[in-house]
Design a protein around this ligand. Structure first.
Ligand SMILES: *[C@@H]1O[C@H](CO)[C@@H](O)[C@H](O)[C@H]1NC(C)=O
Ligand SMILES: *[C@@H]1O[C@H](CO)[C@@H](O)[C@H](O)[C@H]1NC(C)=O
Ligand SMILES: *[C@@H]1O[C@H](CO)[C@@H](O)[C@H](O)[C@H]1NC(C)=O
Ligand SMILES: *[C@@H]1O[C@H](CO)[C@@H](O)[C@H](O)[C@H]1NC(C)=O
Ligand SMILES: *[C@@H]1O[C@H](CO)[C@@H](O)[C@H](O)[C@H]1NC(C)=O
Ligand SMILES: *[C@@H]1O[C@H](CO)[C@@H](O)[C@H](O)[C@H]1NC(C)=O
Ligand SMILES: *[C@@H]1O[C@H](CO)[C@@H](O)[C@H](O)[C@H]1NC(C)=O
Length: 494
């Protein structure tokens, strides 16, 4: 067998060097083509579009049978089964509606035994008994309520695998700068944890007044994850728009989005545990370029004050009294999900993409390296994010681009990603033995996020064994693009 594989591998490497798409060894019967310019995949990864025509797919998760459960916003939960030709050759074989509920909009979870399903609306967290063998859902319960507010309406769910029964629920702000977030009792801009084991039948938790507060001053932390080895809790935060500092407009490249660390659920307090992360008084610095009153002490990742008349706090207060992010990301890229691989060496992050910036930013799936439960890069790094799936022309976004939202990893470590505006799900796989490409993001505020992937000369193998199709698909994609619909989506900012 090896004798047969080796020439193919050599031929593949040559094609890669020549900047031609990888020739697959087996034709894949289930290839779909996006209606926009084909995404660019980083060296060492392959990808395929596995389904289209969903309605705003947001959170996704696998059940025990390996079927993918998808929250379609304002519709409910759908279960997809796949034909699996190996690698990224997957096609949907069956789609079943599990739950019809127009209030569901993003959050989804499943218990470790696969028998309880959870989902959220902007106001409530529900559970159902779930049988994945005969595909039945029954006994809907409301577990947590009283979370309604305007603007940021997703309520991301995370059921701990380290501390049984603990359900984390993230709630964002009711407006861009929401002063209610300064009041601990409001429940606004917080992540709280609820012990579902202690919840009696018929009892419902009240979000603002019950549960354990893991962190507050978190504007809109849509992605929440537990490190699979250490149990450390991380979240990705969508920071503010239209910000001014010292009366100067700094909104193009500041403030940065954030990766925050919240400690552990096992009773060990860690830095961040129940702390205040600064919003709406302190924000993280992404770009130092033309930053007013930069001074000597603030650098990338420092929290800064707006320095306006009426500011409650100055830069020193922001540094001393609030928890700074563990990493800072390019402004307005809108991180929506974070999922670790099985051993916690990588965290995948979706960046839904900007609206509050002249040149669009984000619109990509990226990865961050971790070691011993922490990012390998320091908190002042601008190169911690490595892009693995990007849109080739950010100027065409949002309408001519995919917009990543939810992530789920299957038992083989393949990465599934939803794109709400295009109604799609992609699958990606890192080739065995491949190393991560270098970061392409370089300097703060740069728009060069796709450079490393593009330079690798790889395109998506939309149709196996046919290099021309890549080019044709790309051109057709631009021509045949009809309607992305991103701006129609009420939740599109997060
Ligand atoms: C599915 O199996 C469960 C037992 O796990 C049973 O209670 C339920 O009635 C079954 N539902 C259907 C639709 O067969
Ligand atoms: C809902 O939360 C508010 C605080 O945001 C509180 O005043 C109110 O009593 C709560 N309602 C219920 C039914 O618990
Ligand atoms: C959750 O509640 C159960 C039942 O009351 C209790 O045994 C368990 O220790 C609680 N877990 C935590 C993390 O407090
Ligand atoms: C909680 O988890 C941390 C990180 O894994 C560990 O260092 C600590 O010992 C654990 N604490 C308890 C009480 O188990
Ligand atoms: C973690 O898993 C990845 C992917 O399976 C593997 O490449 C890497 O070597 C593993 N790292 C450690 C520290 O075990
Ligand atoms: C990042 O911070 C470290 C100290 O933690 C410092 O040594 C280094 O020079 C900083 N890097 C940059 C690019 O500012
Ligand atoms: C990128 O998209 C913009 C906006 O749709 C378009 O004007 C431009 O021609 C595109 N550039 C390339 C290289 O396709």
């Amino acid at each position: 067998m090896l004798q047969h594989i080796r020439p193919v591998a050599v031929a593949t490497s040559l094609l890669v060097l020549l900047g031609v798409g990888i020739e697959a060894q087996q034709p894949c019967a289930s290839v779909l083509t996006p209606s926009y310019a084909a995404p660019v995949v980083a060296a060492g990864f392959s990808t395929q579009l596995v389904t289209q025509k969903l309605f705003k797919p947001r959170g996704i998760i696998f059940d025990k049978e390996g079927a993918l459960l998808v929250v379609q916003a304002k519709s409910g939960i759908t279960r997809l089964t796949f034909s699996d030709g190996g690698g990224t050759c997957l096609g949907v074989t069956k789609s079943t509606t599990l739950v019809q509920n127009s209030a569901l909009n993003h959050g989804i979870e499943i218990s470790e035994d696969g028998k309880t399903l959870y989902a959220s609306s902007s106001n409530e967290v529900f559970s159902w008994a779930y049988d994945s063998a005969n595909v039945s859902v029954s006994n809907q319960r409301t577990l947590i309520r009283n979370m309604t507010n305007s603007d940021h309406v997703t309520r991301t769910l995370l059921l701990s695998r380290k501390v049984p029964g603990m359900m984390l629920v993230s709630r964002g702000s009711g407006e861009n700068i929401d002063m209610l977030a300064t009041n601990e009792e409001s429940g606004i801009s917080q992540i709280r944890a609820f012990n579902l084991t202690a919840l009696q039948d018929g009892q419902v938790y009240d979000y603002p007044s019950q549960g354990v507060r893991l962190g507050w001053g978190l504007r809109n932390s849509v992605g929440v994850a537990e490190h699979p080895v250490t149990g450390g809790i991380y979240s990705v935060e969508n920071s503010a728009d239209q910000i001014r500092r010292s009366e100067v407009d700094i909104h193009q490249d500041n403030p940065g989005e954030e990766l925050n660390f919240h400690g552990y659920l096992n009773g060990t307090s860690g830095k961040g545990d129940n702390g205040n992360y600064g919003y709406p008084d302190c924000f993280a610095l992404w770009s130092t370029k033309d930053f007013p009153d930069l001074g000597r002490t603030i650098q990338v990742g420092s929290q800064f004050s707006l320095n306006t008349r009426g500011s409650n706090v100055d830069d020193a207060g922001c540094a001393n009294d609030y928890i700074a992010p563990r990493l800072t990301f390019q402004a307005h890229t809108a991180p929506l999900d974070i999922k670790f691989n099985a051993n916690g060496s990588l965290a995948y992050v979706t960046f839904h993409g900007s609206w509050n910036r002249d040149q669009p930013a984000g619109y990509k799936l990226s990865v961050i390296s971790f070691k011993d439960g922490e990012p390998t890069e320091p908190s002042n790094s601008t190169t911690a994010v490595i892009d693995i799936l990007t849109n080739p022309n950010l100027s065409a976004c949002p309408n001519g681009c995919f917009r990543p939202v939810g992530l789920a990893l299957d038992s083989q470590g393949r990465i599934f990603m939803s794109s709400d505006s295009t109604g799609e799900i992609y699958v990606l796989q890192q080739q065995a033995g491949a190393t991560l490409p270098a970061s392409g993001t370089g300097t703060g505020g740069g728009g060069s996020a796709t450079s490393s992937a593009a330079a690798a000369g790889l395109s998506v193998p939309w149709r196996s064994g046919d290099g021309y199709t890549l080019l044709v698909a790309g051109l057709l994609g631009v021509v045949s693009f009809v309607l992305g619909g991103g701006s129609l989506f009420a939740v599109s900012r997060a």
